[in-house]
Design a protein around this ligand. Sequence first.
Ligand code: LMR
Length: 394
Amino acid sequence: MFANLTAQPADKILALAKACREDERPTKIDLGVGVYKNAEGVTPVMRAVKKAEQQLWGLETTKSYVGLAGDPAFADVMFDLILSDAVDRGNVAVAATPGGTGAVRQAFELVKMANPDARVFVSNPTWPNHTSILNYLGMEHVPYRYFDSDTRGVDFDGLMADLKTVKAGDIVLLHGCCHNPTGANLNLTQWQIVVDILNEVGAIPMIDIAYQGFGDGLEEDALATRLVASSVPECLIAASCSKNFGIYRERTGLLMAVSADASQQGLNQDTLAFLNRQNFSFPPDHGARLVTMVLSDAELRMDWKAELEEVRLGMLGLREQLASELQRLSGSDRFGFLAQHRGMFSRLGTTPDMVEKLRADHGIYMVGDSRMNIAGLNAQSVPILAKAIVDIGV
Ligand code: LMR
């Protein structure tokens, strides 16, 4: 049997992380996988998360199963964090999932179950795992224009033109904030226009929100998702706690199915629980419990928000430093987009050859499409990166 297996394509982001780990050059700069790192190159356990863990050790009396959809208290705090008062809680089915990827996978499974003919429109480019999972599930996906390679901003005209080809029942996958891999985001006026088009044709938005708090702020980063949820009859929201709580390995995420009224909610909730049961049974609980504790305790919540804000401002500072260093070295403003982009990533917009040259000659690791993880930088490595970028003639 095993002899029938064929090699699967390596995940580009994870393969890059491995290659970087194996590079022995002390001067290497890792701008690959989307994991936050502080100036010392460490991915810290956030203070409030650590405190919650200490409390939990004393409080937890059992490791028995929770529910198939996870702990309802987790669902409630995350609903509040992401959707606030945008929609009625009674209209929303929520299930905990193994990370944001688990939520994406369950969302696609739900779409396939509800409408096997649905096509999933994805931004070009999008997080590669979106299309990889869709391929694995045998679901049709269609790219829509998103990134303008000249301005390194959003190609809004292209996006609009491509959304006009969407049909009723199709799914349009949008990144709630901090677009991965480009860092280029729609403004709220543009979100409203997108929502109007989707409503006109009867397409269903699916939001992937994995970086809330990394862009313009915790509330600001949720505004687009709230706008969508409050303006359409139905939508799906896949959310991750990996980044904003720094609990990557705990696999903490959730899927929300927002319906027009409460009468659909029960069936949606049962379906999410069913899908969890088929794929992995109970979702992981430890990370979800920590998130619930942090968000429910005024002091822990305040400390978490403060640390998240430090992280966000740190990344913004690095963006500004890089843009101004590049401006100084190149004598042009053409890198100004780096300070405009938001979130962990920016797409530099270079060729794969140049990305390879940066790796081979300078030990600088970025994803082949020239996505850089800004959090992989620090004040000392920014000038090194800027010089390398200018030297190779970007
Ligand atoms: C990324 O895009 O680098 C992160 O979301 C990590 C991953 O799983 O790919």
